[in-house]
Design a protein around this ligand. Structure first.
Ligand SMILES: NC(=O)c1ccc[n+]([C@@H]2O[C@H](COP(=O)([O-])OP(=O)(O)OC[C@H]3O[C@@H](n4cnc5c(N)ncnc54)[C@H](O)[C@@H]3O)[C@@H](O)[C@H]2O)c1
Length: 343
């Protein structure tokens, strides 16, 4: 049978930790070809892409890459403070946009991206990867099934050793990354919004250090339900990484902790906790050896979905620019409330 899947050409903007992950995923998608990359470190990026098996010409500027190659989409994996300019340049050139999370550092920047995308009819998606992470997707599916009865409480954590792998240590500079609140904790804020929508009220406490809001503790109230969400990276560099959730339903408890190796479990009635079936990908691990997460599964799912939407000519409906704007707004509110509470 003839394969009508549209072939897609992409420009990768930023070849660091995340750019390396995305390049490996594009290599595994049969209908996507990385035709160019953009990075200030041209020689290192070229060498890295070659090593990862996805060679492409590397340019210092996106304008040069856009002039040199034809493409369908631009994937922005630059440090967050650079997202706005690259994203707007891409959409104004008429390209579809994948932009890493957080979309931007401020609502003004986010709104500028949204209005440029609206004006250009851009198909866009943001890297809020928990919406595509196998265990979190399964949790979402379980929640929607209603099988557990009412959700009574939910705790989420995301903890990491101090990230020192960002080029020029940009992650520990609030003016570039927004600190752990906007870079790390926003993942769970976004997931809570995807699962439950806007809370009725929020209380937060924030620990601050030289790198900005470094550890966030939030309580979000819904009708008859409390969410406790915590995220921080002020742990020793080699402490590791942990993401976890614990959902208490009337008739079941769901547990996932990336640090305990048990996968996603469910506990019901008199039974001991048993594994819940999770659809894992065969994406494997990142080969570039950077960053604090190497499992490619969630990233594969999100980019596969993005490519599927583009090739079918439908706008992505998961992790949209509007979703990312809401997640940014709520995380900024958590920071503001936390700082008021501490003053
Ligand atoms: N979805 C996730 O789970 C996840 C995980 C990690 C990072 N991220 C996001 O991905 C984005 C990139 O993060 P990273 O960890 O890959 O960063 P990184 O520091 O590893 O890589 C950034 C790349 O951008 C290039 N660069 C930096 N400043 C530049 C400039 N002024 N001009 C040209 N090139 C420049 C660097 O040379 C480097 O290759 C960030 O927005 C981050 O929040 C998302």
């Amino acid at each position: 049978m003839e394969d009508n899947t549209k072939q897609l050409k992409g420009i990768l903007v930023g070849c660091g930790f995340m750019g390396g992950m995305h390049a490996q995923i594009y290599k595994s998608l049969p209908n996507v070809e990385l035709v160019a990359a953009v990075d200030g470190r041209i020689a290192e990026s070229k060498e890295k892409l070659e090593k990862l098996g996805c060679p492409a010409p590397v340019f210092a500027e996106l304008s040069e890459a856009l002039a040199a190659v034809d493409c369908d989409f631009v994937d922005v994996c630059m440090p967050t403070f650079l997202h706005k300019n690259y994203a707007i340049e891409a959409v104004e050139a008429g390209k579809a946009l994948f932009c890493e999370k957080p979309l931007a550092l401020s609502m003004e920047e986010a709104d500028a991206i949204l209005s440029a995308a609206k004006a250009n009819g851009t198909f866009a998606q943001v890297g809020h990867c928990l919406r595509f992470w196998p265990e979190y997707m399964r949790f979402m599916k379980y929640h929607k099934s209603g099988d557990g009865g009412k959700l009574l409480s939910l705790s989420l954590v995301r903890r990491a050793g101090r990230p020192d792998y960002g080029i020029e240590n940009w992650l520990n500079d609030e003016s570039k990354s927004g600190g752990a609140a906007l870079d790390l904790h926003i993942h769970d804020t976004d997931f809570v919004l995807a699962l439950l929508g806007q809370p009725n009220s929020v209380k937060s406490s924030v620990t601050r250090d030289y790198s900005g809001p470094v550890h966030v503790f939030s309580l979000m109230e819904y009708d008859g339900l409390t969410i406790c969400s915590e995220g921080g990276w002020n742990y020793p560099k080699n402490w590791g990484f942990q993401m976890a959730f614990h959902a208490v339903y009337e008739n079941a408890v769901l547990d996932f902790d990336s640090a305990n190796g048990k996968g996603l479990t469910i506990c019901q009635g008199e039974e001991a906790p048993t594994p819940l079936d999770v659809v894992q990908t065969d994406a494997g691990e990142s080969q570039s050896g950077e960053g604090n997460v190497s499992d490619l599964g969630g990233y594969l799912n999100e980019l596969k979905y993005f490519a599927k939407c583009l090739s079918e000519g439908v706008p992505p409906a998961i992790a949209t620019l509007e979703d990312a704007r809401e997640s940014l707004a709520l995380t900024l509110k958590e920071i503001e409330l936390g700082e008021k509470a501490g003053s």
